[in-house]
Design a protein around this ligand. Structure first.
Ligand code: ZN
Length: 284
C-alpha cells in the first residue's frame, strides 16, 4: 500500500484486516485471529523459529529449505522490529511519568479519558508489552498463506499461543515503523499483556463504533475501530472501549496526536462524511 506523506512525528500505523489461521493448530488452522490489514503475498520465515546452528535438521522445518544468509537476514529483520517497538514503548513510559501537556492531550485523544485508572492501565500494559517483546520464548511464525500483517490467538492459552505472533506476507513489505507498530498492536492482544480487542470486529460492538458515513469497504469490510480516525472517534464516543482497543494503544505509542480528520498516513480521511467531532483532546 502507499505510504507517503507521513508526519515527521508519526509512526505509520497500518491498520488491520480480517482473521487468519494458526498453521500449527491441530485442525490445520481454524478460527479467526486478531489481525491486521491485508497486503500482497510473499513467502517469508520468522526469525525465532530458527533452529540452533548445531541442531539436526528437522524434517518439517521451513528453515531447512532456506539458505543460511536468507535466514540470517530474516532474524535480523525481526530483531530490529522488536528493538524499535521496545524503544518506542520505553519512551512512552517515560512520557507517562513526566506527564506533560502534550502527553496528556495525546492520551486523552486516543483513550478519551486521562484519569488515573486509565493511566495505570496503559502504564501496566506498556510494561507488560516490553517484557513480552524481550521474552526469549516469543516466536514469530510466517504464514505465507495469510495476506494480513500479523495476527495472534490471545485466548487460546492452552496451546501456548501467547508465545506466538504469526506474520502474514504484508508484514515483510511494511515500513520499519509499521513493523514495530504491528508488534505493539499484536502483543497487546495477549491476555498477559493487555487483553486488547479490535473493538467493533464483533457485532456486539457495532453500535458503539459505527458512525454516519462509515465506509463499509474500508479495512476489508470490518467495522472495527482500525486506523487513526476511527480510533479517535471511538475515544470521543466510548472511552471505556477505546482503552481496550488495540489500534488505540498502538497509536498512543506511535503518535503524538489523535485526529478524527487525518488518517495514519497524515492524509485527509473523508470517512464520516466530513462530520468530524472536535472536542478538546482531539485534533479536529
Ligand atoms: Zn488486532
Amino acid at each position: 500500500m502507499a505510504m507517503g506523506n507521513r508526519h515527521d512525528d508519526l509512526w505509520s500505523g497500518q491498520i488491520l484486516g480480517h482473521g487468519g489461521v494458526d498453521p500449527d493448530s491441530p485442525a490445520g488452522g481454524s478460527g479467526p485471529g486478531k489481525s491486521r490489514r491485508p497486503g500482497p503475498l510473499r513467502e517469508v520465515v520468522g526469525a525465532s523459529a530458527l533452529p540452533h546452528p548445531d541442531a539436526p535438521a528437522k524434517r518439517h522445518s521451513y528453515i531447512a529449505k532456506k539458505s543460511a544468509h536468507v535466514v540470517s537476514a530474516r532474524m535480523l529483520f525481526i530483531a530490529k522490529a522488536r528493538a524499535r517497538a521496545i524503544s518506542r514503548l520505553a519512551a512512552r513510559l517515560k512520557d507517562l511519568e513526566a506527564w506533560d501537556d502534550a502527553t496528556a492531550q495525546c492520551f486523552k485523544g486516543w483513550f478519551g479519558s486521562a484519569d488515573k485508572s486509565a493511566r495505570d492501565t496503559i502504564r501496566a500494559r506498556i510494561e507488560a508489552a516490553i517484557k513480552k517483546l524481550k521474552a526469549a520464548d516469543l516466536i514469530f511464525i510466517p504464514n505465507k498463506k495469510s495476506d494480513d500483517y500479523a495476527y495472534v490467538f490471545p485466548r487460546d492459552k492452552a496451546s501456548g499461543t501467547e508465545r506466538k505472533v504469526f506474520h502474514g506476507a504484508a508484514f515483510w513489505h511494511a515500513s520499519e515503523l509499521t513493523q514495530a507498530g504491528t508488534l505493539i498492536h499484536e502483543v497487546s492482544h495477549f491476555i498477559t499483556v493487555g487483553g486488547t480487542d479490535d473493538v467493533g470486529s464483533e457485532s456486539k460492538d457495532w453500535k458503539a463504533v459505527d458512525f454516519a458515513g462509515m465506509n463499509p469497504l474500508k479495512y476489508g469490510g470490518s467495522h472495527a475501530a482500525y486506523g487513526g480516525t476511527r480510533a479517535a472517534r471511538l475515544a470521543l464516543s466510548h472511552p471505556n472501549l477505546a482503552l481496550m482497543n488495540a489500534d488505540s494503544f498502538e497509536f498512543f505509542i506511535e503518535r503524538r496526536k489523535a485526529s478524527v480528520i487525518f488518517d495514519e498516513d497524515g492524509k485527509l480521511d473523508t470517512e464520516g462524511l466530513g462530520d468530524f467531532p472536535t472536542p478538546s483532546g482531539n485534533v479536529g
